[in-house]
Design a protein around this ligand. Structure first.
Ligand SMILES: Cc1cc2nc3c(=O)[nH]c(=O)nc-3n(C[C@H](O)[C@H](O)[C@H](O)COP(=O)(O)OP(=O)(O)OC[C@H]3O[C@@H](n4cnc5c(N)ncnc54)[C@H](O)[C@@H]3O)c2cc1C
Length: 381
């Protein structure tokens, strides 16, 4: 039987679930507060320079999930792109993630992999036997010099607190490579959509059974009258923040333009704590197959998210998880609403994971054959 479903949010979550259901014959209405589709992946061609700008921060597609890779390539051509990040720290430029080149340059050495391993073990603080904090863990793994140059300042700026207040679990493995591989991601499939993410998501939404309504915020009360609602907005927002607000970090992007090539790479991090921005992104380098004289750059600043800011990174420390558990209980008591995506489940999700979860969620709906869907198809806790 045909159902009429409401998708709250025209980001990847809403678009992918909506498309799957539309192809199965269901009627879909998608509403978004914003004046564009694409959610936080939104890309926009800058009218002055012609540069494709990643409006809510840089997005690089990477995955090991062959089905997800096939899915995105069905809607857009992906061109090869490897994320190679540099960092300016203590008056020099280094390669990230910390690799053999970084180590040799930083310590003025010419070490081979095995030698570097031994060298770094000599720097590690072995008096720390049971690391509890991010700082302990980093000192235990790489020692004070590398920690202060590459981890400490950036972490303070990104999270707005001392690494001594963050759990050791953030740094699970040794964050160093003993070779010259500076590809930021390990994934088998990596690339950039030739015409941007918004073009791709607009194509996903281009189906006779899908109606998109922009500039249309949805509240719980306004979601009445549909057979089912898939909600990709903030879970606490659905309940009008009645138990309090879940904590996020937000980002401020200070745009500036340049004639020519400003920094020679897409992403330059700034590791020193006295530089207030965390990184500068030069957007034309995300599309190396294009050529533009002008350049658009973002200086990126991180800070606590206020009620009127865009929520970017969920904090998910002990207090937030306790509050989240209470919202999850409220959500489970709702009828015919499924909470999805990065805001609906209060988790940081890369795009490939978002698509994977959206495909699984849409399929669960189709398989339910009219039986009631759960509030979550993944556990947000
Ligand atoms: C700074 C940053 C950089 C990132 N970089 C990468 C990267 O390099 N690679 C990668 O794989 N992933 C990256 N991501 C993750 C990526 O942004 C997410 O995977 C993706 O945006 C999740 O899609 P979504 O649809 O769940 O959420 P969103 O994109 O947030 O979409 C949710 C939509 O819902 C709308 N909405 C919310 N509430 C309401 C309401 N009440 N009524 C109507 N509409 C509403 C919002 O306006 C929004 O458009 C990055 C994330 C951030 C924050």
């Amino acid at each position: 039987m045909t159902k009429h479903c409401l998708m709250v949010g025209a980001g990847l979550s809403g678009a992918v679930i909506g498309r799957l259901l539309a192809e199965a014959g269901h009627k879909i209405t998608i509403r978004d507060t914003r004046d564009h589709v694409g959610g936080n992946c939104h890309t926009l061609r800058d009218p002055e320079t012609g540069v494709l700008v990643h409006v809510y921060g840089p997005h690089i597609f990477h995955t090991d999930d062959a089905e997800v890779w096939e899915y995105v390539n069905r809607f857009e051509t992906f061109l090869p792109y490897k994320n190679r990040v540099k960092t300016t720290s203590q008056g020099a430029v280094y390669s990230l993630p910390v690799n053999l080149h970084t180590i040799n340059q930083f310590f003025g050495q010419t070490l081979r992999p095995d030698e570097a391993r031994v060298f770094l073990e000599g720097k590690a603080d072995t008096t720390i036997t049971d690391p509890q904090t991010f700082e302990d863990q980093a000192l235990r793994f790489v020692g004070r010099d590398l920690y202060e140059a590459f981890f400490k300042g950036y972490t303070i700026k990104q999270w707005g607190c001392s690494p001594t207040e963050l759990p050791a679990s953030i740094l699970k493995r040794l964050p160093v490579r003993f070779n010259y591989d500076d590809n930021y991601f390990f994934h088998k499939f990596q690339g950039m959509p030739e015409n941007g993410y918004t073009a791709m998501i607009a194509r996903i939404l281009d189906h006779d059974n899908i109606m998109v309504e922009l500039n249309t915020p949805v509240t719980r009360a306004e979601a009445e009258g549909f057979d089912h609602v898939f909600y990709s907005g903030p879970i606490d927002g659905w309940f009008d923040f009645r138990l309090g607000r879940l904590g996020y970090r937000t980002l401020d992007f200070e745009r500036f333009d340049y004639q020519g090539d400003y920094q020679g790479c897409a992403v330059m991090n700034y590791g020193d704590v006295d530089v207030p921005w965390t990184r500068i992104t030069e957007h034309k380098h995300f599309a190396p197959w294009e050529s533009h004289e002008g350049s658009v750059l973002y200086r990126e600043f991180s800070r606590a998210c206020g009620p009127d800011d865009i929520p970017y990174y969920p904090i998910r420390q002990v207090a937030e998880k306790t509050l989240l558990a209470d919202y999850v209980e409220l959500a489970k008591a709702e009828r015919n609403v499924t909470f999805v995506g990065r805001l609906g489940t209060y988790r940081y999700l890369d795009m490939d994971v978002t698509i994977r979860e959206a495909l699984d969620c849409g399929r669960a709906f189709l398989a339910s054959n009219g039986a009631e869907m759960p509030a979550f198809t993944v556990n947000p806790l």
